[in-house]
Design a protein around this ligand. Structure first.
Ligand code: TYM
Length: 352
C-alpha cells in the first residue's frame, strides 16, 4: 500500500475543496468495541466519501486515567490499525495522532481560561468517571471536554459524528465558541454540529443493558471488541442478558437486553427492527442470538484479518501517522495563528 503524493492531497483537501469538514476521534483505551463501530465509526466510513474528514486518535485524552506507558504506546498503533481495518481510507481522510499536533494543547489552554467551572461541573461523563476512578480524580479529567472542544475547533469542523454519550460535550464546545466570541469577537471558529445516528447511537453493555457498552469496562463479557476472535464473539453474544419473556419484540423500556441485540442486528443487517420482529415470529431468543452471533462474526472476520496484516507492517502505520500529522498541522496552525492574534499573544518574531 502506498500513499498518494502528499502535496496533491493537501491541495485537494485544503485549497480547492468546497466540501464540509468532518472531524471525530476515539480515546486510546481498551480496544474499539461494537458500540464504537456502530455508534460512530460506521458513520465515519459513510461520510468519508462526501466530506473532508479528519479522524484522530485521542491519546492525550487517554492520560486522564492512569495508563501503562508501554501499553499506551502499543495501543496507539493498534488503534490506528483498527481504524484502517474498519475501512477508513488514509487517502480519503486525514488520520492522525492527537499528541503529534501540539496546537491541541495550546488551544485547549486558551479555551480553559474562558470556560466557567459551573459548565464543567455539569458534565455527566466527568461525574461517571470520577465515581469509577475515585483515587485519581485529576484536573485533566475535569477539563477533558475543553481539550475536546480544542480538537474540534482547530480544524473548523462543520460536523462531528459521535455516539449519544458525547452529545453533551459537543454542546459545551458550542458554548465555548460563544464565550470566546463574547470576549474576542467572531471569525476564529466555526460552530460545529453533532451528527448522531438514528439507530445504534447508544449500544448497551451485554451483561448489564442499563449501562452503555464501554471499551474500558473491567468485565470483558460486557462488550464485543472488533478484534475478538469468532469463539469469543459467539460466547459473549449467546450469554448476553435478556429478560425471562419469549416474544421477540423491540421494546427498549421493558426488554432492554433484547432491544440492544436487535439494534445491533438491525444496523449490521440493514433490516428494520419491525422486519426482525416479523422474521422471528414464533422463534425463541436463542434463535436470534445464534443468528446475531453469526452475523457479528462474519462482519468482523475481514476486519480482524486486515488488522492482523496491518499490525505486521509498522512502517506503513508510521507512514500513515506522518502523512496525517503533516496534513492536519497545516489546518491547526492556521486556526491557532488567528487565535493568538486576537488574544494579544505575541507570536515568536521568526514564526510570524
Ligand atoms: P470514545 O473513545 O469513548 O468513543 C468513540 C466514539 O464511539 C462512540 N461510542 C458509542 N456509540 C454508541 N454506543 C456506545 N456504547 C458507544 N461507546 C462509544 C462515542 O460516542 C464516540 O463517538 N471523548 C471522545 C473522543 C474525542 C472526540 C474528540 C470525539 C476526543 N476529542 C473530538 C469527537 C470530537 C471519546 O472518548 O470517545
Amino acid at each position: 500500500m502506498t500513499l498518494s503524493n502528499r502535496d496533491k492531497v493537501r491541495n485537494k483537501n485544503y485549497t480547492l475543496s468546497m466540501k464540509k469538514t468532518i472531524l471525530s476521534g476515539s480515546t486510546v483505551t481498551g480496544d474499539l468495541t461494537l458500540g464504537n463501530y456502530i455508534g460512530a465509526i460506521n458513520n465515519w466510513k459513510k461520510l468519508q466519501e462526501d466530506y473532508d474528514c479528519l479522524y484522530f486518535l485521542a491519546d492525550l485524552h487517554a492520560l486522564t486515567v492512569e495508563q501503562n506507558p508501554k501499553i499506551l504506546n502499543q495501543r496507539t498503533y493498534s488503534f490506528l490499525a483498527q481504524y484502517l481495518a474498519l475501512g477508513l481510507d488514509p487517502q480519503k481522510n486525514v488520520m492522525f495522532v492527537q499528541s503529534h499536533i501540539h496546537e491541541h494543547t495550546e488551544l485547549a489552554w486558551i479555551l480553559t481560561c474562558l470556560t466557567p467551572m459551573g459548565y464543567l461541573n455539569r458534565m455527566t461523563q466527568f461525574k461517571e468517571k470520577s465515581e469509577k476512578h475515585v483515587k485519581n480524580i485529576n484536573a485533566g479529567l475535569y477539563t477533558y471536554p475543553v481539550l475536546m472542544a480544542a480538537d474540534i475547533l482547530l480544524y473548523q469542523a462543520d460536523v462531528v459524528p459521535v455516539g449519544e454519550d458525547q452529545r453533551q460535550h459537543l454542546e459545551l464546545c458550542r458554548d465555548i465558541v460563544g464565550f470566546f466570541e463574547n470576549r474576542y469577537g467572531p471569525g476564529c471558529f466555526k460552530l460545529p454540529e453533532a451528527y448522531v445516528g438514528k439507530m445504534g447511537a447508544r449500544i448497551m453493555s451485554l451483561q448489564d443493558p442499563e449501562k452503555k457498552m464501554s471499551k474500558s469496562d473491567d468485565n470483558d463479557k460486557n462488550f464485543v471488541s472488533i478484534i475478538d476472535d469468532a469463539k469469543k464473539i459467539e460466547k459473549k453474544i449467546k450469554s448476553a442478558t435478556t429478560d425471562s419473556g419469549t416474544e421477540i419484540k423491540y421494546d427498549p423500556e421493558n426488554k432492554a437486553g433484547l432491544a440492544n441485540l436487535m439494534t445491533i442486528y438491525s444496523v449490521l443487517s440493514g433490516k428494520s427492527t419491525t422486519q426482525l420482529e416479523e422474521d422471528y415470529v414464533g422463534k425463541m431468543y436463542g434463535h436470534l442470538k445464534v443468528d446475531l452471533a453469526d452475523l457479528v462474526v462474519e462482519t468482523l472476520r475481514p476486519v480482524k484479518k486486515n488488522y492482523d496484516d496491518l499490525m505486521k507492517n509498522m512502517d506503513y502505520l508510521d507512514q500513515v501517522m506522518v502523512d496525517g500529522a503533516d496534513r492536519a498541522q497545516l489546518k491547526a496552525q492556521e486556526t491557532l495563528k488567528k487565535v493568538y492574534e486576537v488574544t494579544g499573544l505575541v507570536r515568536h518574531p521568526k514564526k510570524r
